[in-house]
Design a protein around this ligand. Structure first.
Ligand SMILES: NC(=O)c1ccc[n+]([C@@H]2O[C@H](COP(=O)([O-])OP(=O)(O)OC[C@H]3O[C@@H](n4cnc5c(N)ncnc54)[C@H](O)[C@@H]3O)[C@@H](O)[C@H]2O)c1
Length: 323
């Protein structure tokens, strides 16, 4: 696994390490005996014990300091929510593309052996093919989010070609699991179900998506440190396509007594593509292994735990303020 032989523990900097995917990458790195360091604009609520560098990926000096003694960077810091990109494209473009350039430049100056970049399978959304892999030609993207992610991919490739800085591009499928941000379909359905609200499907709910359990995904990121992955692209996605209706049903089965209602289909609703992760299996021995029902159960357990924690805090506040 380690890029350097010998006793010295490998040290990996995770930009965006306080975020959803990054926090799981930190977990998996530590599980593999790798020293993980977080670079983020905020402290992580999941890893208080891990060394942090608080700063922006736009700050070259902060990056320089954080890269001292580092063997590889996993670059995940970004405006990852497409709605936020839509609302403030200028800021998103700055963080997502210039931020990547800054990370690559700091890595070049610091002679870091490898940068692993977290891209997205959304880059395939404008392809005409129903099934895609890493060799599928990608037309110019329509969405700004995808444009920023593709631009970053190109920067990685240019830095390898011009300066010999090795990179690995990982195109992540839609992740789900504990610590997920609240806007995505699974968190939305689980939240509604637990509040006793109905789950709404657009059209017949037969829009298919591939989801990848976030801990599986994070394991793939760690495996991408393998030497074979240098200067290659891998899709890291789930094995099975699941319809939105199946998700609603699975949530209902797990939580119980949930009403599922349908509304007219939204025009141009993306029906999804089959993304192959075969290359990651062949080169890295990676495949998503967590069954959807199991991943969903772990997410619901985590969600309930969060709700309980909030309640506990309120009872403490009540107790403290009681006359
Ligand atoms: N979640 C998804 O659906 C998904 C899918 C495919 C790819 N990705 C990519 O994976 C990466 C991680 O996504 P996520 O879902 O964990 O997002 P997230 O929003 O949970 O985490 C992003 C982290 O980056 C940090 N960050 C943002 N701007 C920063 C800056 N200027 N300097 C330093 N840190 C900054 C945030 O504080 C946050 O902790 C992103 O690059 C995203 O584009 C996400």
């Amino acid at each position: 696994m380690a890029l350097r032989p010998g006793e010295e523990p490998m040290r990996v900097l995770v930009t965006g390490g306080a975020g959803f995917i990054g926090s799981h990458v930190v977990d998996r790195l530590m599980a593999h005996g790798v020293e993980a360091v977080i670079f983020d604009q905020q402290r992580s609520s999941y890893h208080r014990e891990v060394e942090h560098f608080i700063g922006s990926v736009l700050d070259m000096e902060a990056l320089r300091l954080a890269l001292t003694g580092v063997h590889a960077v996993v670059h995940l810091a970004a405006v990852a929510d497409v709605k936020e990109v839509f609302e403030d494209p200028s800021y998103a473009e700055t963080v997502n593309t210039r931020g990547t350039l800054c990370v690559l430049e700091a890595a070049r100056r610091g002679r870091i052996p490898r940068v692993i970049y977290g891209s997205t399978t959304w880059v395939y959304s404008d392809c005409s093919e129903a099934e895609v892999n890493e060799a599928t030609p990608i037309p110019p993207p329509r969405h700004l989010y995808t444009a920023t992610k593709l631009a970053s991919e190109y920067y990685c490739r240019s830095y390898s070609a011009l300066y010999g800085l090795a990179h690995t591009i990982l195109r992540f499928g839609i992740p789900y699991g504990p610590r997920a941000r609240s806007g995505a379909v699974i968190p939305l359905f689980v939240g509604k179900a637990l509040r006793g609200e109905p789950l709404t499907l657009s059209g017949d709910g037969m829009q298919f998506r591939q989801f990848v359990y976030v801990e599986d995904l994070a394991e793939g990121v760690v495996l991408a440190l393998k030497t074979i992955a240098a200067n290659r692209i891998y899709n890291l996605d789930g094995e099975i396509s699941i319809s939105i209706r199946e998700i609603a049903q699975a949530v209902s089965d797990l939580i119980g007594n949930v009403q599922i209602v349908t509304t007219p289909a939204r025009p141009g609703d993306f029906s999804g593509k089959k993304v192959s992760s075969r290359q990651a299996l062949d080169d890295l021995g990676w495949k998503a292994t967590t069954p959807f029902q199991e991943g969903l159960r772990r997410y619901v357990d985590w969600y309930r735990g969060q709700e309980e924690e909030k309640k506990l805090n309120w009872s403490k506040v009540d107790a403290a303020l009681r006359p």
